[in-house]
Design a binder for this molecule. Structure first.
Ligand code: A3P
Length: 562
C-alpha cells in the first residue's frame, strides 16, 4: 500500500512488546490505496497480512496516490483523490473514523492550503493532523501546534529514520549515531522535553533492518531505566485535545511568509505568489487623517492598495480581527498581482491596527520587512472627532450622551456608555500602542506622522512619506493638491481646475470641543503624552506642535500649583 516492503508479523509482535512499557501503544498506519499490491510478491504478502490484522492497528489516510495536496489548486480534484482512498478503505475494512490524516511531505498543512483543509473535512471529517513544518522544521524544539478551520495541527517530531536509513550499518555517520540519539541523545531528549511526541517513519523502516522497531524498543527501555516517565499512547483526537489543554496559547496560529523559508516555498502552490503582500501599512488610529493619507498615496503612480472589502468600510482588517483565522490566502486575494515587484508598492490601510493587541506581532510575523506608517493628532481631538463620527453613524449611546458624559463616565455607568468610552479613549494612549509596534518592528521601519501637519501642509508630509518608503518616481504633491476653501481642507486638483475632495464624512462640521472636556482630556492623557514625548525623543524625532502645547500645559499647571 505504498509503504514499501518487508512488513510482516514483527510489527504486531513489537506492538505487543511495546505495550508492556507504553500503555495502549498502537501503531497508526497511513495508507495510499493506489499502491496496494503494486510491490514485489513479498511486499504484496505484507499488504495482505496487515489487512488481515486490520483491527489490531489504527489507520489514517494519506493521499490516494501520495500526491502532494498543494499541487491541486482545484478543490474538487483533491476531493476526488480523497474519495478514491476512502473507497479503498471501505473495501478493505479499514476504519475511516479516526479523524486523523497526514499529508505527504507535509504539503498543504503549513503553509496552509485552504483547499486541503476543506477537502479533509468534507471527505474524512478530519479533526487532527501533524506536521514538522510549523513554524519551521528547525530548530525542532520550537515546533508548535495550531488550529485552523477546526482542524488541530500537532507538532510532529523527528526520530532520525527516513526512507534512506533502512540499514543499521549504513546509518549516516555509523550505527553509533543512531544509538547515541536513543541513549541520551537527541531522540531521548525529544521525548524527555516534550510531554507529547508524535513520530512518523516509513514502512521501509519496519522491513529491511527493522530500524523502526529497534529504535522505539530501545528508546522505551532506556527511558524506563533512566527516568520515571510514564509513557502512554492516546488515539489522535484525544491526544490533540490533551495537547491544546496543555498548550492553549498555541491554538491561534501565527502566519508567516511562505517564501521566507525554502522548504515552505517548495510546498506552496505555484499558482500562489508571495508578491501579493503589502510593502507597507497605514495602521491608524482612526480619525487622524488616515483616509486623506490613503487617497493621497493612491495618487502616486507606483502605489496601489487592496481591493475594497465590502464588509469593513473598504478596509481589510486582517491582523486585528477574526479575519486573521481565514489565513493568508484570504488576505492575499485582496491584493492585485503587481506588474513590477521591485518598483510597485502595495499597501493597505486599516485604522484599527494601531491600538490592536495582536496586530504588531501578527504583522511582523507575516510582513517583517514592511514599513509601518502611523498618524498622530492630539488624542483629545481624536477622541472628539471619533465621538462625532459615532453620532453621525447614529450610535445609540453617542446620541444619548454628551461628549463630556462619555469621556468622564465612571465604572458604575451603563455598559453601552462604558464601552463607547473605552473605544473613544483607548486608541489615544499613543505611547502604549507605539511601544507595542516598536517591540515587533525596528524603529527605522516605523514612520510617525503629525496628523495636524498632514491636514495643513499635506505636500510636505507626502514628500517625507515618499522618502521614507523609497518609492519612485518622485511625485509632486504640491502641484497635485490644492486647498479648497469651501471644504476647508486640501483636495486633489483635477484637470480643468476642478477639485476632488474627501467625502462628506471626512472633515465634518461640528461645534468646537467645550473647554471642560478639553481640560479633562488634557489631564487624562497627560502621562501618556509625557511618555510619547520621551519615546519620540529616543527615536530622535521632533515633537509635533500639539504635543509641545500639551506638555506646556503640564508645566503651567505645576507652576500655578507651586
Ligand atoms: P473630522 O471629520 O473630525 O474633521 P480618518 O480618515 O482617519 O477617519 O480621519 C478623518 C479626519 O481626517 C477628519 O476628521 C479630518 O479632520 C482629517 N483630515 C485631514 N486631512 C483631510 C482632508 N484633506 N480632507 C478631509 N479630512 C481630512
Amino acid at each position: 500500500m505504498g509503504w514499501g516492503g518487508g512488513c510482516h508479523s514483527a510489527l504486531l509482535d513489537i506492538q505487543k512488546q511495546l505495550r508492556a512499557q507504553i500503555s495502549n501503544f498502537t501503531f497508526n498506519l497511513g495508507f495510499s490505496g493506489k499502491f496496494y499490491h503494486t510491490g514485489t510478491v513479498e511486499e504484496d504478502e505484507g499488504d495482505d497480512l496487515l489487512l488481515k490484522y486490520v483491527d489490531e492497528f489504527w489507520w489514517f489516510p494519506h493521499m490516494w496516490s501520495h500526491m502532494q495536496p498543494h499541487l491541486f489548486h482545484n478543490e474538487s480534484s483533491l476531493l476526488e483523490q480523497m474519495v478514491l482512498n476512502k473507497e479503498f478503505a471501505l473495501d478493505h475494512n479499514i476504519p475511516v473514523d479516526m479523524g486523523y490524516a497526514v499529508a505527504p511531505h507535509h504539503s498543504g498543512v503549513y503553509p496552509v492550503h485552504l483547499q486541503l483543509y476543506e477537502a479533509w473535512r468534507r471527505v474524512w471529517n478530519i479533526r487532527v493532523t501533524s506536521t514538522e513544518e510549523y513554524p519551521h522544521l528547525k530548530p525542532a524544539r520550537y515546533r508548535k501546534g495550531f488550529v485552523h478551520n477546526s482542524i488541530m495541527v500537532l507538532p510532529r517530531q523527528t526520530c532520525g529514520l527516513f526512507t534512506h536509513t533502512i540499514y543499521y550499518k549504513e546509518y549516516p555517520g555509523g550505527p553509533k549515531e543512531l544509538d547515541k540519539s536513543i541513549h541520551g541523545g537527541e531522540l531521548f531528549l525529544t521525548l524527555l522535553l516534550n510531554p507529547i511526541s508524535i513520530f512518523m517513519t516509513h514502512l521501509s523502516n519496519y522491513g529491511n533492518d527493522r530500524l523502526g522497531l529497534y529504535t522505539f524498543v530501545h528508546l522505551a527501555s532506556f527511558l524506563r531505566s533512566w527516568t520515571n516517565l510514564k509513557l502512554h499512547t492516546l488515539p489522535p483526537l484525544q491526544l490533540a485535545h490533551k495537547y491544546f489543554q496543555l498548550f492553549p496559547e498555541q491554538r491561534n496560529p501565527l502566519w508567516q511568509n511562505p517564501c521566507d523559508d525554502k522548504r515552505h516555498k517548495d510546498i506552496w502552490s505555484k499558482e500562489k505568489t508571495c508578491d501579493r503582500l503589502p510593502k507597507f501599512m497605514v495602521i491608524g488610529p482612526q480619525k487622524t487623517g488616515t483616509t486623506a493619507l490613503y487617497l493621497f498615496l493612491l495618487m502616486h503612480p507606483s502605489i496601489s492598495s487592496n481591493f475594497p472589502s465590502p464588509k469593513t468600510y473598504e478596509e481589510v482588517q486582517f491582523f486585528n480581527t477574526n479575519n486573521y483565522h481565514k489565513g493568508i490566502d484570504w488576505y492575499m486575494e485582496f491584493f492585485p498581482v503587481p506588474s513590477n515587484v521591485s518598483t510597485d508598492f502595495l499597501f493597505e490601510k486599516s485604522a484599527n491596527y494601531f491600538p490592536s493587541e495582536e496586530s504588531p506581532r501578527r504583522g511582523a510575523a507575516l510582513l517583517p520587512k514592511a514599513k509601518i506608517i502611523t498618524l498622530l493628532i492630539n488624542p483629545a481631538d481624536r477622541a472628539y472627532s471619533w465621538y462625532q463620527h459615532q453620532r453621525a453613524h447614529e450610535d445609540h449611546a453617542a446620541l444619548r450622551f454628551t461628549f463630556y458624559d462619555v469621556i468622564s463616565a465612571r465604572p458604575g455607568a451603563p455598559a453601552e456608555l462604558r464601552s463607547l468610552q473605552s473605544r473613544c479613549l483607548i486608541p489615544g494612549l499613543y505611547s502604549t500602542h507605539l511601544d507595542r509596534w516598536l517591540t515587533h518592528y525596528p524603529a527605522n521601519q516605523v514612520m510617525i506622522i503629525d496628523g495636524h501637519q498632514l491636514r495643513t501642509d499635506p505636500a510636505a508630509v507626502m514628500d517625507e512619506v515618499q522618502k521614507f518608503l523609497g518609492v519612485t518616481p518622485h511625485f509632486n504633491y504640491s502641484q497635485a493638491l490644492t486647498f479648497d476653501p469651501q471644504k476647508g481642507f486640501w483636495c486633489q486638483l483635477l484637470e480643468g481646475g476642478k477639485t476632488k475632495c474627501l467625502g462628506k464624512s471626512k472633515g465634518r462640521k461640528y461645534p468646537p470641543m467645550d473647554p471642560e472636556a478639553r481640560a479633562f482630556l488634557s489631564r487624562y492623557y497627560r502621562e501618556h503624552n509625557v511618555e510619547l514625548s520621551k519615546l519620540l525623543h529616543r527615536l530622535g524625532q521632533p515633537l509635533p506642535s500639539w504635543l509641545r502645547e500639551e506638555l506646556q500645559k503640564i508645566t503651567f499647571a505645576s507652576m500655578s500649583r507651586g
